[in-house]
Design a protein around this ligand. Structure first.
Ligand SMILES: Cc1cc2nc3c(=O)[nH]c(=O)nc-3n(C[C@H](O)[C@H](O)[C@H](O)COP(=O)(O)O)c2cc1C
Length: 224
């Protein structure tokens, strides 16, 4: 039992320590580490055990640059849509510093936020079988397993969906990487050695997330 609690403590620490890391040193990711990360993905659950995921490891600099450009374009269009529909203003409504807000809006709508794929030593391009209904959930589980393993190994990673939202970008990715018909590109996981430690992003408390028996009846009264 004690040993189980020890494992649970280690697991919660890895889960809590995980951060989206978007800046990496030049140090390569070792083959040993890469294999453990991919093994974590392989062990993920999937509906009907379909295992619809496939992975393309991209290290080549020219290809990484193209991934960065496609991701930057996708992110820019997505955030521009958020800007014009005022969703972005809503998201940052608590930020009072107008100059800071303007700079954030500019950075987001420019797409620069997701262009860092170009500088990640490794990009794991997550693809999957289109005919599998549970593909988004299955690949989501595999990706989270990879992110946690990356954290356990002391590396950093970021889940990037920006280049996979727009069907035109997906076509670009498929051409670039030779992804066959019947498969789609779901997301990209950038991996590398973090340049610095990152503070955690805020999370909602459990008392705002969990209901008891019926919607709107808090399971936890106090903020946890
Ligand atoms: C489905 C999904 C898609 C994401 N896509 C992007 C992305 O395209 N670009 C990016 O920079 N971060 C992306 N992220 C990372 C989130 O921005 C990040 O998880 C969130 O801000 C919380 O920060 P944390 O991961 O450090 O806790 C994505 C995360 C998820 C789960």
């Amino acid at each position: 039992m004690t040993e189980r609690y020890g494992l649970a403590e280690a697991a919660i620490k890895i889960i809590a320590d995980r951060r989206s890391i978007r800046q990496y040193t030049d140090e390569p990711v070792s083959e040993e580490h890469l294999e453990v990360i991919l093994e974590a993905a392989r062990q993920a659950p999937s509906g009907e055990n379909a295992q619809p995921w496939r992975f393309i490891i991209v290290k080549d600099e020219a290809t990484r640059k193209q991934l960065g450009a496609i991701a930057g374009g996708g992110s820019g269009r997505r955030f521009t849509a958020e800007f014009v529909t005022k969703k972005m203003h809503e998201r940052f409504s608590s930020l009072e510093d107008e100059a800071k807000k303007k700079a954030i809006f500019e950075k987001l709508t420019s797409g620069r936020v997701s262009a860092f794929l170009a500088d990640a030593p490794v990009n794991i391009v997550v693809c999957g079988r289109k005919d599998v209904w549970d593909l988004p959930y299955d690949t989501g589980a595999a990706i989270e397993n990879m992110l946690l393993m990356v954290t356990a190994l002391g590396l950093g990673a970021c889940w990037v969906i920006a280049p996979c939202i727009d069907i035109r970008d997906e076509e670009r990715l498929k051409n670039l990487l030779g992804v066959p018909e019947g498969f789609k590109v779901v997301s990209i996981v950038a991996v590398g050695h973090p340049t610095r430690a990152h503070r955690p992003r805020p999370r909602m408390p459990l008392n705002e997330l969990v209901w008891s028996e019926k919607w709107d009846s808090p399971y936890y009264e106090e903020e946890t």
